[in-house]
Design a protein around this ligand. Structure first.
Ligand SMILES: [Zn+2]
Length: 138
């Protein structure tokens, strides 16, 4: 595909080949138009270059963001306390049975041990962090 500059250069070549006379009214206009076209083509090339530079800068920034993201959240792996669908392993203090609890059960604040039936209350960090302020009923 020809660039705009190449097409303009072709037209400019035609004016030479066809002996467009810059002394006539029509010739003046045609040559002036070609001048404008050359300017437009040059500007477009500048804009193209600027866009390429910008694209490079944006992808650099994108890369940095990914790196920062990795540093904050770890590479790809979700943290243990992701509330969406993770199960937590809680050990019953009474019988040492390991009980899996999900986020919904965590919000309850305790779970009943299926092995010995005693109430296991949670005292892990997740609970205290934001959801519950212990001791206060809503
Ligand atoms: Zn138990």
């Amino acid at each position: 595909m020809k660039t705009i500059s190449e097409k303009v250069a072709y037209i400019e070549g035609l004016t030479d080949g066809l002996k467009i006379d810059g002394g006539t009214n029509e010739g003046k206009i045609i040559l002036a138009l070609i001048d404008v076209l050359k300017d437009v083509a040059a500007e477009l090339e500048d804009v193209d270059e600027t866009l390429d530079d910008m694209a490079e800068i944006v992808s650099d920034i994108e890369e940095s963001v990914y790196e920062i993201e990795d540093e904050i959240f770890g590479s790809g792996e979700l943290p243990d306390y992701d509330f969406e669908d993770n199960l937590y392993e809680i050990t019953c203090r009474n019988c040492d049975n390991t009980v899996s609890v999900d986020a919904g059960m965590l919000e309850e604040g305790f779970v009943k041990c299926p092995n010995c039936g005693s109430k296991i209350e949670f005292d892990i960090d997740i609970i205290d962090s934001d959801e519950c302020d212990s001791g206060h009923d809503r």
